[in-house]
Design a protein around this ligand. Structure first.
Ligand SMILES: [Zn+2]
Length: 381
């Protein structure tokens, strides 16, 4: 299963001079998909078979071994049909990693000095942990989902509201019982909100909160959320607590979460484009973003690049440029080719303490592929 720790571990790996083959493959469900895998792998890797001539022989052999092993290994993908996989191999460096992925990826094969991780970063951002509460009058069910799988489920049940026989009571007594019922309900909402708040601090915590149930009870809990939970609230949905199952809750929650994420990403891109248009602390496009990354000026790199375009990185000072440069414009050192310039930008931003955000919904950033919020206003008048 895909975890941040796995990606962090892969990021520490490099081929120690041997080429690392990274393969991403989307797998449709069904036997036809399984049969198509060897051909698809062959197509993806065929450009790779031509590259190795420039490499020393032992490195070429390592890559050849990896390509052959993958071409033969299509049956290992059987257990991930309907989803996707990422494979990282460098037999020379002893790297052999296979990761089942929770959602679709675009097929691609990349050969580089280290594992190619941009699709995994994008996926991790997309699959956040979410907590879903379904509130009823006296009970609440709290589900936690990760990568669309149920991680935990707990039920809370509050004190029963006293059953009262109104027949023999005076109006006063009846009002008193009602007031008590309201009080019990208010206390129930408060307790549910408090439990949700406590769960944020429990390992592994959660990123998004979704509240469901009959409208009145969902609204009651939403009103009692602490400020930090209000920030995590992705939305609400209506469901009958008596007929719900974890599967139906997940369906509703995914709909709420994806609408929320779409809005969030659209807002981020709009803010980026507006900032770049009106002020000087954001830039748009690969060239301007590269210049900002080289100045170590990027706070957040925003990426919406479906294609991969090559670039070059300086061996000694990590300067990044378009692939045409053979000598580093900054220090004169040797530039080496990298398969994906945007990936190199992302690595550099992370290494200098910035962050990277991937946009997966359709936005205007797709034309420019990448943009960046800068750390400070550039001094250029
Ligand atoms: Zn340099």
């Amino acid at each position: 299963m895909l975890e941040q720790a796995t990606v962090d571990r892969l990021r520490q790996m490099d081929g120690q001079g041997f080429p690392v083959l990274s393969l991403y493959l989307g797998l449709e469900a069904g036997p036809a998909s399984l049969r198509s895998i060897p051909t698809r792998i062959k197509d993806l890797l065929s450009p790779a078979k031509d590259i190795p001539d420039s490499l020393p022989r032992h490195r070429r052999m390592s890559l050849r071994d990896d390509i052959e092993a993958l071409s033969r290994a299509s049956t290992v993908f059987a257990s991930d049909l309907g989803r996707a996989v990422a494979v990282f191999r460098s037999s020379g460096a002893g790297i052999d990693e296979y990761i089942g992925l929770p959602g679709p990826v675009r097929d691609r094969a990349v050969i580089d000095a280290a594992p190619y991780l941009r699709p995994l970063d994008a996926m991790l951002e997309h699959y956040r942990r979410f907590c879903v509460v379904v509130v009823d009058r006296r009970s609440a069910s709290i589900f936690r989902f990760r990568m669309d799988r149920l991680e935990s489920w707990e039920e809370t049940r509050d004190e029963e509201i006293r059953k009262a026989n109104y027949g023999g009571f005076s109006g006063y007594e009846e009002r008193r019982v009602r007031a008590h019922a309201d009080e019990v309900l208010a206390k129930h909402y408060r307790e549910v909100a408090a439990r949700l708040d406590a769960l944020v601090d429990e390992d592994p915590g959660y990123d998004l909160l979704i509240v469901g149930g009959p409208e009145v009870h969902a609204a009651g809990v939403v009103e009692d959320l602490s400020p930090r939970l209000t920030k995590r609230l992705a939305g609400t949905f209506i469901i009958d607590p008596h007929t719900m199952t974890p599967a139906t809750v997940l369906v509703h929650s995914k709909r709420v979460a994806s609408a929320y994420e779409k809005g969030e990403q659209e807002r981020l891109v709009r803010r980026l484009l507006d900032t770049a248009a009106s002020r000087r602390d954001a830039v748009i496009g690969v060239d301007d973003a590269t210049a900002a990354v080289n100045r170590r000026a990027v706070a957040t790199l925003v990426v919406q690049a479906d294609r991969t375009n090559p670039g070059a990185v300086c061996h000694s000072c990590r300067w990044i440029s378009r692939p045409e440069e053979s000598a580093c414009p900054s220090c004169g050192g040797t530039m080496h080719l990298v398969p994906d310039i945007v990936d190199a930008l992302g690595d550099s931003v992370r290494n200098s303490g910035g962050s990277v955000q991937h946009i997966i919904v359709d936005t205007r950033l797709a034309e420019s592929e990448v943009g960046a919020f800068l750390r400070y206003q550039t001094a250029i008048a």
